[in-house]
Write a protein that binds this ligand. Structure first.
Ligand SMILES: *Cc1c(COP(=O)(O)O)cnc(C)c1O
Length: 497
């Protein structure tokens, strides 16, 4: 009989009811409502249909579809957001949740989540309060700003600032700063969403003060500066600092007001991106201004993320004068981007640590990981190597402690090399790619390592504690156990037993 054509196979797919009735689903049927079972079976049929349409092979009998439906239902029953071990050495890893919170921030989240709170209640006045109050004073104290607002993330902060101050008017930005960062945030797109008219100046590599000066018209509302977070321009380059933008904006505003005393001034706004609150010990070539420094340099408004170098929860913080921040608070968009109580609790607790910079340094994992000296990494890597050696069968891998480079990640300190040490494994049994896959897909806590040529590397800088080291060692034991089982299975099979 000829093979059925894909179209025939599509037509012959069993019905939802046929799959639902399969005994394979008996166990789940007793646990889950009918509606969820139906959704799982539909999912299984849909994926088989897709495979057939793509010309791939798919098993299409009721029993195998029921198995797929079971997997789909199981996936719903199990948490999708799981803890992972980050052995990549990328500290602010956007795919892995960016900053790890300080313990005090974690407790604050639990506390806020578990009971009622003063989220919008003012104890002193025994009346309605504002959720903005919890963090504003802290941010102002830490940055010297007159006002501050925290919203959902920095992308939202940029949209809010542009919408309030540049909608329907011109905002001038350097061509060297028209960035795209991960997750489809592009400055030109945010500009058009905010209804600001983007005026590009300069070239990709060089923008001069005179470029801004020449671009300013009566309709210019803003000079926008954007931190080139995930790349660096090196070589024949020039950009204009916040301080100089201030001078340009002031002189143009003054000229305007000589004709019309009520003409609005030009706002200087810097999207700092990662925005550290304290100076980080990086060399001058890679150093970035802190939020306070950006403000002091002359920007009216500065915005930055909560979960990058600040080391807190996802948030976008805007600082500036009390008057400008008040306008942002009143913008209806602010309501659509407001922070929830758990994030506010985490942010407040993180900010409070900065009141004592030494505590911030010690207790905020992002800062701790950034600044941990290479020597400490070396001894930690030695410990991890030892743990691994102890856990895996002798001779199946070569294990070395090697110098490596960690990254800050998350669009912060681009190209800044952080000296570190990693445990490097080359394989006599199995191979690096297969091991990587096992660590991610089959270990109950996924371990995300780095692959380099035919080796797997574990950078200890982002491995949080001894327990995580144990987790890696155990996961590797599991991997070698699996391949040895597969090998003995194969050899018995080939003997025809
Ligand atoms: C990261 C970043 C953003 C976006 O911040 P999120 O908090 O991720 O929304 C915006 N601008 C710059 C320059 C950035 O580096």
């Amino acid at each position: 009989m000829p093979e059925p054509s894909p179209n025939e196979r599509l037509r012959n797919l069993p019905s939802v009811d046929d799959v639902l009735e399969n005994t394979y689903l008996d166990r789940l049927r007793s646990m889950l409502p009918h509606q969820i079972m139906v959704a799982s079976v539909r999912g299984a049929l849909e994926s088989a249909r897709k495979k057939l349409l793509d010309g791939q092979d798919a098993s299409c009998n009721a029993a195998s579809l029921a198995q797929t439906a079971e997997d789909i239902a199981e996936q719903m029953l199990n948490p999708s957001i799981k803890r992972v071990v980050n052995a990549t050495g990328v500290i602010i890893h956007t795919n892995l949740g960016r900053s790890v919170l300080a313990e005090t921030a974690v407790s604050a989240v639990t506390e806020a989540a578990r009971g009622y709170s003063t989220l919008e209640y003012d104890i002193a006045h025994m009346s309605r309060g504002s959720r903005h109050d919890h963090c504003e004073k802290l941010i102002c104290a830490l940055t010297g700003a007159g006002g501050a607002i925290a919203v959902n993330n920095n992308a939202a902060a940029v949209l809010l600032v542009l919408s309030e101050f540049a909608a329907g008017h011109e905002a001038v930005v350097s061509r060297g700063e028209l960035i795209e960062i991960g997750g489809s945030f592009r400055i030109p797109d945010i500009m058009s969403l905010s209804h600001a008219h983007m005026v590009e100046v300069g070239t990709t590599n060089k923008t001069h003060a005179s470029d801004y000066e020449k671009a300013i018209t009566d309709d210019t509302a803003m000079l926008l500066k954007v931190h080139t977070s995930n790349y660096r321009l090196i070589g024949f380059t020039e950009s204009v600092a916040g301080h100089d933008l201030r001078i340009i904006a002031d002189s143009a505003s003054q000229k305007r007001r000589s004709c019309d005393p009520h003409a609005p001034g030009i706002i200087v706004y810097e999207d700092l991106g990662s925005g550290a609150l304290i100076s980080l010990p990086v060399d001058s070539e890679h150093a970035e201004p802190t939020a306070a420094e950006a403000l002091e340099a002359g920007c009216d408004l500065v915005s930055f993320s909560g979960d990058k170098l600040l080391g807190g929860p996802q948030a976008g913080i805007v600082i500036g004068s009390a008057e400008l921040i008040e306008r942002l608070k009143k913008n209806p968009l602010a309501r659509t981007m407001r922070l929830d109580k758990m994030t506010l609790a985490a942010l407040e607790a993180t900010l409070r640590l900065y009141l004592t910079p030494d505590r911030a340094q010690e207790e905020i994992p992002t800062l701790r990981m950034l600044e941990a000296p290479a020597d400490t990494m070396k001894s930690r890597a030695a410990l991890l190597a030892e743990r691994i050696e102890k856990n895996i069968p002798a001779g199946c891998a070569r294990i070395e402690v090697v110098p490596e480079v960690s990254r800050s990640g998350g669009g912060s300190l681009p190209m800044y090399d952080i000296d570190t040490f990693a445990v490097q494994m080359s394989f006599n049994a199995g191979c690096a790619q297969e091991c990587e896959e096992f660590l991610i897909r089959e270990n109950h806590i996924p371990v995300i390592a780095r692959i380099k040529q035919e080796m797997v590397l574990f950078d200890v800088r982002t491995i949080l504690d001894d327990e995580e080291q144990e987790e890696i060692a155990n996961a590797l034991a599991g991997y070698f156990e699996k391949i040895s089982r597969a090998e003995t299975g194969e050899s018995t099979a080939s003997k025809g037993v």
